[in-house]
Design a protein around this ligand. Structure first.
Ligand code: ADP
Length: 463
């Protein structure tokens, strides 16, 4: 940008100076030739009698005297009416006069060598001779080089000024653009579309900010409508599904013959899957509207781990789930159902995303202030650059999403549940597979994010 600004201002200045110099030199040339013509006229008038009396010595004297008045004259010559050289004078050390053919019929002519002027001496309406003067161009060269020098100096000064100016303009524009970019990045990181980028400027970047703010308002409104729709749709789906599930469980409880029982089992399995998906969608809708509430109670984490593991083991027979380093009889205060939901989500992911693996390890450990649970699988792992993204809503890693079914909601809900407990959730790459961790504070304050605090927490999450 700096280069563009400097270049354009220099280009404008150079054009300006060139026009100025050319005009100045032209006007100098006009003045110079008019002076020389006047001089030739004076010489012509003074030479009339010398021509009439063929006094070439007097004519030479006139030309000689001319040199004193105008030392820039290199050659001066008087021709008679037959165009024969009558008298001439050349500055010492110079060749004789060579009149350029281009002077014919003209009063003046600039050539590389000098300025030629021609004046016809007229007496009684008859041309009785011609005066030709040739002046050197030393003064013109001096004028030219002094103009070029001035222009070069001014250009150098202009270069410095335009550089400083460009730097100032550039730093202003960059500051404004960086301001906009930072705000946009913060917005995309937090997903907090409520934020309006403050700006009081009146430049083009302000227009961009204004358009961006309007756009964000539209995004926010669309998101709100989408969340509202998901919430209503999930709710409407849940009621008939619950009754279908109830009837199928009823059927399952009846003594039926083998083939029918298999169908009912399969049907029930799929109804449970649908139920889980609807529950996730409802949870997302609750998270978005800040209505996901915690029911904080004290319970044994070890017992919960056992329950979650045996629950998952009943559904999936492909993997062995091994519990290591149990914390013993650690009692924590949390929402038992929600923490179980997190555990089941992490365990089922560990199985789902390690199709070739045979085992999943569950470890629990604690520090002075927190309890840490790790669920480790030996599967495909999460690419380094996607380790943060997988906790975002609807995010699925690029290479796996096509092969393994899922909606990208489980980790998003888990993260929200853990954050509401003032804990953390993260993933680390293992030599093979990955380790999913979550931590829960051990000395949980009486009601950290319970009911009434949800709205404020929602804001914290977004910020
Ligand atoms: P879903 O599994 O329904 O897609 P999640 O929110 O549970 O949704 O997971 C988000 C994404 O994170 C998954 O699509 C998958 O790409 C990745 N992921 C989750 N758990 C694992 C895991 N144990 N190993 C590898 N990738 C995982």
């Amino acid at each position: 940008m700096i280069l563009m600004l400097v270049f354009s201002s220099l280009l404008v200045l150079t054009i300006f100076f060139l026009v100025f110099i050319i005009t100045d030199i032209k006007s100098y040339q006009r003045r110079k030739s008019s002076n020389m013509i006047s001089l030739a006229q004076v010489v012509g008038t003074n030479s009339i009698s010398t021509l009439q009396f063929h006094d070439d010595a007097a004519a030479r004297q006139i030309l000689f005297e001319l040199q004193k008045v105008s030392p820039e004259i290199m050659h001066a010559a008087i021709y008679d009416e037959n165009n024969q050289l009558f008298a001439n004078f050349s500055r010492p050390g110079l060749d004789t006069l060579h009149v350029p053919a281009s002077l014919k019929g003209k009063k003046q002519q600039y050539t590389k060598e000098g300025l030629f002027v021609r004046h016809e001496i007229i007496e009684n309406n008859e041309v009785i001779g011609t005066v030709i003067l040739e002046s050197d161009l030393v003064e013109l060269q001096q004028v030219k080089s002094s103009k070029y020098e001035i222009a070069a100096t001014l250009l150098a000064v202009a270069l410095v000024f335009s550089f400083i100016l460009a730097l100032t303009i550039q730093s202003y524009i960059t500051r404004r653009l960086v301001y906009l970019a930072n705000n946009m990045k913060e917005l995309s990181d937090t997903g907090n579309y409520d934020k309006v980028i403050p700006d009081t400027g009146k430049d083009e970047i302000s227009t961009m900010i204004k358009v961006f703010n309007e756009l964000m308002q539209q995004v926010k409104e669309n998101q709100r409508r989408k969340d509202e729709f998901i919430g209503i749709a999930s709710h409407e789906l849940k009621t008939p599904l619950t009754s279908v599930k109830g009837y199928m469980e009823l059927l399952k409880g009846q003594e039926l013959q083998q083939p029918y029982k298999q169908f009912i089992d399969k049907g029930l399995e799929n109804v449970i899957k649908l139920e889980m998906l609807i529950r996730d969608l409802l949870d997302v809708s609750k998270i978005q509207s800040g209505q996901l509430e915690l029911n904080m109670k004290e319970f044994s984490i070890d017992e919960l781990l056992d329950e979650a593991i045996s629950g998952i083991s009943m559904i999936s027979k492909t993997h062995e789930i091994i519990k290591e380093n149990p914390t013993g009889d650690e009692i924590i205060k949390a929402d038992r159902q929600r923490i179980e939901q997190v555990l089941i989500n992490l365990l089922s992911n560990a199985i789902k995303y390690s199709p070739g693996g045979k085992k999943v390890i569950v470890q629990s450990s604690k520090t002075e202030s927190e309890l840490i649970i790790k669920i480790r699988d030996f599967g495909m792992g999460v690419p380094q650059d996607e380790q943060l993204n997988i906790f975002e809503r609807f995010y699925r890693t690029k290479d796996q999403s096509v092969h393994i079914s899922g909606f990208g909601l489980g980790l998003y809900i888990s993260r929200d549940i853990i954050r509401r407990h003032n804990g953390k959730i993260w993933v680390e790459a293992e030599e093979r597979g990955s380790g999913f961790y979550f931590s829960l504070p051990l000395n949980q304050p009486s009601s950290p994010q319970e009911n009434g605090n949800n709205n404020q927490h929602q804001q914290n999450l977004s910020s």
